[in-house]
Design a protein around this ligand. Structure first.
Ligand code: ISC
Length: 379
């Protein structure tokens, strides 16, 4: 999957979100107001926060290390204690124009990954492969309207919009929008929490079938194996940074409007109060929920098969002067081009030795539902 490059439109400013960052969550909304400084380097931004040169950071981290981040030090960080409440936006008709790659090519890529996962010559245990859909809106749409549509369509009020301009010229005027159900890491004082998700099944309109589907997922050896990689990686990344790490032995069921997931609530206490939420996000990213195991082998295969993912499968969030903050895994999302009419939506799924290519394709189709349903796109 290559991120399409579209020439910036002259009237970009009119359509950019007034706020460079908004994250709506069930427990509250955080919005950035004004821009003091922009960073394309996460480590430079983390240093600036630690030294007190900036008082807060918001934005997005890319999937691949070394690629530009899109971080903003805002004038102010506004907190409100509820999910974003907005009037229903009036969106133009939006249609799917292109699948990147084609469905057949995605199936081929999964088959390639399976050959490695099943080979004695490879140490690959899990890899998350993704595909993209390019969407065309009939007339220009603003990131704020997409944020409103995504947040209103999520039963819990999850939604985000991030201005990607700090990442440099190619990203100027582009916005990342979505509704992620997955908390990468959250810090409140010395309390650290995370809620990794991996393992999926589609929801069903019939409540009995729906419940049975969830129960089957909770007992599925293939999905439990897929999930265990994520929990193991989080434990390894958080243990040096936390005491009293509590991780249940088995995942529990969690759901979105479109999917059941296996999720594990993780909690611990910070060893060093100087470790910020951004430091924690950089320590745990990329988890095997969006990359794989071992990390380097999975990332190399992803970059080889898909090309640059940009900000899909990265992280987005905020961090304040106390070091508190929340970072979400960048999934169930799309990038809006500066022209306001072109969107690229992304969906991926974890592949393990027991995966089936056709099922994996179907899983990505269901995952696209989060963005497509919210925007009224019919495929
Ligand atoms: C990579 C995605 O989802 C992740 C999060 C939950 C379940 C997943 C799965 O079952 O494969 C993925 O790990 C995505 O939505 O693009």
């Amino acid at each position: 999957m290559r991120v399409p490059v579209v020439a910036p439109a002259g009237d970009r400013a009119e359509r950019s979100v007034a706020r460079p960052f908004v994250l709506s969550r069930p427990h509250g909304t955080v919005a950035a107001e004004g821009i003091d400084q922009r960073f394309d380097s996460a480590s430079a931004a983390a240093d600036a926060l630690r030294s007190g040169r900036v008082t807060a950071l918001t934005g997005a981290l890319p999937f691949a290390p070394g690629h530009p981040a899109a971080l903003t030090a805002p004038h102010a960080l506004r907190h409100s204690p509820a999910p974003l409440e907005t009037p229903r936006p009036s969106l133009p008709p939006i249609r799917i124009s292109t699948a990147l790659p084609s469905e057949a090519e995605h199936v081929d890529r999964v088959a390639t990954a399976l050959r490695l996962l099943r080979s004695d010559d490879s140490d690959l245990l899990k890899v998350v492969l993704a595909r993209a859909l390019v969407l065309d809106a009939e007339r220009p749409v603003g990131a704020d309207d997409l944020l409103a549509a995504l947040t209103r369509n999520d039963p819990l009020g999850n939604g985000f919009a991030v201005d990607l301009t700090p990442a440099g010229d190619v990203w100027a005027g582009r916005h990342l929008v979505g509704s992620s159900p997955e908390v990468l890491v959250r810090r409140q004082g010395d309390r650290v929490t995370a809620h990794p998700l991996a393992g999926s099944a589609p929801r069903h309109p019939d409540p009995e079938v729906d419940r049975a589907t969830g129960e089957r997922l909770a007992a599925s050896a293939k999905n439990l194996a897929e999930h265990a990689h994520v929990v193991d990686a989080l434990r390894a990344a958080l243990e040096p940074l936390c005491t009293d790490l509590e991780i249940p032995d088995r995942p529990s069921l969690t759901s979105t409007r479109q999917l059941w997931h296996l999720g594990t609530p993780v909690a611990g206490r910070l060893r060093d109060p100087g470790t910020t939420a951004l430091d924690l996000a950089l320590a745990v990213h990329p988890t095997p929920a969006i990359c794989g195991t071992p990390t380097a082998a999975a990332r190399d295969l992803i970059l080889d098969l898909e090309g640059d993912r940009g900000f899909y499968a990265g992280a987005l969030g905020w961090c304040d002067a106390d070091g508190d903050g929340e970072w979400m895994v960048t999934i169930r999302c799309a990038v809006l081009e500066p022209d306001g009419v072109t969107l690229t939506a992304y969906a991926g799924g974890g592949i393990v030795a027991a995966s089936d290519p056709a099922d994996e394709l179907a899983e990505t189709t269901v995952k696209f539902g989060t963005v497509l349903e919210a925007l009224g796109v019919h495929s």
